[in-house]
Ligand binder design. Structure first.
Ligand code: EPS
Length: 404
């Protein structure tokens, strides 16, 4: 791995911390671009009370000077405003006193497995680090990767495909892969379009239905999951490799999406649909257009043999409903081993719009890592030279190889 990210911090602790290693020097970094991504991650209809408390902002401690990366580790903090209300309960060295112990695990949350794995006596310790609050750190860090990719016209965007089973009739998923022409200009434009919607969908009719459904589910004390689509455009041929299992770009993307809290499924390109039809209905024909080799469609989602093929990268993922229910499922009280209702606490009702933004961040990171593995460089200028050399010469070299 060329790029490394370590995050630390608890949901209701003092703050979230990130350390990035591996970025080249001289990438121009705009703090506001990072804060904008943090704001996008906090948005979306269906979130709970916590998002009214937090206004996430990055505070960079090292690795950036006069608005450019130095090539050294970047470290940063995002402060938790809610810490003011949690100081005693989350005290680092203070005494526990009469701080309540949480003893009833929520089905579908990390509560129970955390207690079992770490031998805890309070579910709070399980809740704090498993919380999706950690993804704020990822989005901040991964915006550095996004900014790097933007310098090479690689742009990443997303939209929500469905919430609670409500899909758009106008923008079915096939529309993303059945043609080699996108119905949006590039990744950034896809996000500009979806950001106009409170639930980040492309279709006004669908938006209305989803918002009504979330309102109803909230009244019922329940939660909803959904699916989202993340696209990267402008990706050059040659990211990833088939030399080892872990070098495959699709394997790395799947891993990065599955690492997002509550994501339970991921597809690349036509994904599961590939299993239903003959090969002739799936594989993208190879064509030459103005001297460039492209594909007639993009059911492979921009990756063949674990390597990017120059077509847009297309990822679709499924998020399960939030595990905290106001109409709780059955659980047990670990104190008495008796049957009880699961614990209720403040939470979101759906977070699919936020999850799509996190998906953008994960894809940015994974692609930037592969990009830097392919093109190398300790400075932005060196990476750019290598990129220009490869992209300008590779087709000519291949033509020469085959004309001998
Ligand atoms: C979360 C529960 C809620 C969410 C949180 C993730 O937080 P709280 O317990 O403070 O109400 O709002 O998400 C965030 C704080 C965030 O920044 O995304 C959980 O249990 O995972």
């Amino acid at each position: 791995m060329r790029l490394k990210l370590l995050t630390a911090g608890e949901s209701h602790g003092k703050g979230l911390i990130g350390i990035i290693e591996g970025l080249p020097a001289n990438i121009p970094i705009d703090e506001e671009k990072i804060n904008l991504q943090l704001k996008r991650r906090q948005s979306g209809y269906g979130r709970g009370g916590r998002m009214k408390i937090e206004t996430d902002k990055i505070e960079v401690y090292s690795g950036v000077r006069f608005g450019k990366t130095t090539g050294m580790p970047v470290s940063f903090v995002i402060h938790n405003s809610d810490w003011q209300n949690w100081g005693e309960k989350m005290s680092v060295f203070g005494k526990r006193g009469d701080t309540e112990k949480i003893t009833i695990p929520r089905p579908g949350h990390a509560d129970m497995v955390g207690v079992q794995k770490y031998n805890l006596d309070d579910i709070r310790n399980s809740i704090e680090r498993s919380s999706a609050r950690e993804t704020a750190t990822r989005v901040a860090a991964q915006t550095f990767a996004r900014i790097l990719l933007e310098q090479f016209n690689i742009s990443i965007g997303s939209c929500v495909e469905s919430v609670g089973g409500i899909y758009s009739k106008n923008y079915p998923y096939e529309k993303f892969y059945n043609s080699n022409k996108l119905f949006f200009k590039n990744g950034i434009q896809l996000s500009i379009d979806s950001d106009k919607s409170e639930v980040r969908v492309l279709d006004i009719e669908q938006e209305k239905k989803i918002i009504n459904r979330i309102k109803r589910i909230k009244k019922e004390g329940d939660t909803l999951g959904g699916t989202f689509i993340v696209v990267a455009t402008g990706v050059p041929v040659g990211l990833g490799a088939f030399s080892q299992s872990y070098t495959r770009l699709d394997a790395q993307i799947a891993e990065s999406f599955m690492s997002i809290n509550a994501v339970k499924g991921v597809e690349i390109g036509a994904g599961f649909f590939c299993a239903e039809v003959p090969g002739s209905a799936i594989h993208d024909e190879i064509i030459s257009k103005d001297g460039t080799i492209i594909r007639s469609s993009n059911r492979a989602g921009g990756i063949e043999g674990g390597i990017s093929n120059g077509m847009p990268i297309l990822v679709r993922a499924a998020m399960k409903p939030i595990a905290t229910l106001m109409k709780p499922l059955q659980s047990i009280d670990l104190k008495s081993n008796t049957k009880v209702e699961a614990r209720r606490e403040r939470s979101d009702f759906t977070a699919v719009p936020a999850c799509a933004v996190i998906g953008e961040a994960m894809l940015s990171w994974t692609l930037a890592n592969s990009f830097l593995e392919k093109f190398g460089g300790n400075s932005f200028e060196e990476t750019l030279d290598n990129f220009n050399s490869f992209t300008s010469k590779s087709t000519k070299r291949i033509n020469k190889n085959f004309s001998k």
